[in-house]
Design a protein around this ligand. Structure first.
Ligand code: G1P
Length: 289
């Protein structure tokens, strides 16, 4: 019987320089899409995929994230007394359905190094990795789609999406043999290749379900692209020595780490809110003339 996947790693140690000045004093993960911080949307995807333990790989000045998933006694008590019970519950419920565990990444040595920092908590179990810049809106959460595949195939899985050829240099790109129109047996990966060296147009937008063997490969991974220890390079070793699948998940992905992507995500998520949809449509009409 395969082990159920109950843990997820979410790296949140980055400085968020693409969003300065907003990120000078506030973690980029706390920037809201409408009124929900991005990190809450990511953690909700994990919880809705059956994850119980969230391992945040964090850094200095990121305490606001931990506080967000804790009770805020003063706020909840005040709201309760002011007969604003619904708001008090809203605040309380945020951290109710998961355990948030934090580990400091003391040096910014790259995504691969951030994931390796989680080893003491993950131990010898398969686990999910979710990156906070990528929002994926789907009926079945993207991470759940990958977990189902991992449990069925007993192989590590990365979520992929097709990107235009000139965008391969923004992502980890997979290459290999298509097993069916949505599933690839991966033989090769390249981190942010120039289009002429990209093995395909299938890009990894920050969703992975991995065997714990990744840790042994990460320990052996030398700094790669940008001088950082890359998760993509360790995955190459999984593909060569074990089995790695790439699955074209169902869902819409937003690049919330990019200013235009962030604006698009804000509009898309606002349009999903019944109380905001028609007002947002009016605003869009007003500005699209
Ligand atoms: C990271 C990964 C890359 C992946 C991307 C998804 O890069 O290294 O393989 O495709 O996230 O967002 P970053 O964008 O953090 O530089």
């Amino acid at each position: 019987m395969s082990i159920k996947i109950k843990k997820a790693v979410i790296p949140v140690a980055g400085l968020g320089t693409r969003f300065l000045p907003a990120t000078k004093a506030i973690p980029k993960e706390m920037i809201p899409i409408v009124d929900v911080p991005i990190i809450q949307l990511i953690i909700e995807e994990a919880i809705n995929s059956g994850i119980q333990d969230i391992v945040l790989i964090t850094a200095r000045h990121k305490e606001a994230i931990e506080n967000h998933f804790d009770f805020n006694y003063e706020l909840e008590d005040t709201l309760g007394k002011k007969q604003k019970k619904e708001l008090a519950e809203l605040s309380k419920n945020i951290g109710e359905n998961c355990n948030v565990i934090t580990i400091r990444q003391k040096n910014p040595l790259g995504l691969g190094h951030a994931v390796l920092c989680a080893q003491p908590v993950i131990g010898n179990e398969p686990f999910a990795v979710l990156l906070g810049d990528d929002l994926i809106d789907s009926k079945i959460p993207c991470t759940k789609q990958l977990i189902d595949l991992y449990e069925r195939e007993n192989a590590s899985v990365v979520g992929v999406m097709e990107v235009p050829k000139n965008e391969t240099l923004k992502y980890g790109i997979v290459g290999g043999k298509m097993l069916n129109p949505k599933l690839m047996e991966v033989s090769h990966l390249v981190e942010k290749p120039d289009p002429q060296y990209a093995p395909s147009c299938l890009a990894i937008p920050g969703r992975y379900v991995l065997s714990p063997s990744i840790f042994k490969y990460l320990k052996d991974t030398k700094p790669g692209k940008g001088g950082e220890i890359q998760l993509t390079d360790a995955l190459e070793k999984v593909a060569k020595n074990e089995r790695l699948l790439a699955y074209q998940f169902d869902g819409t992905r937003y690049d919330a780490g990019d200013r235009l992507g962030f604006i698009e995500a804000t509009i898309a998520y606002a349009l999903k809110r019944p109380e905001l949809a028609s007002g947002v449509k009016d605003i869009l009409k007003k500005y699209s003339g």
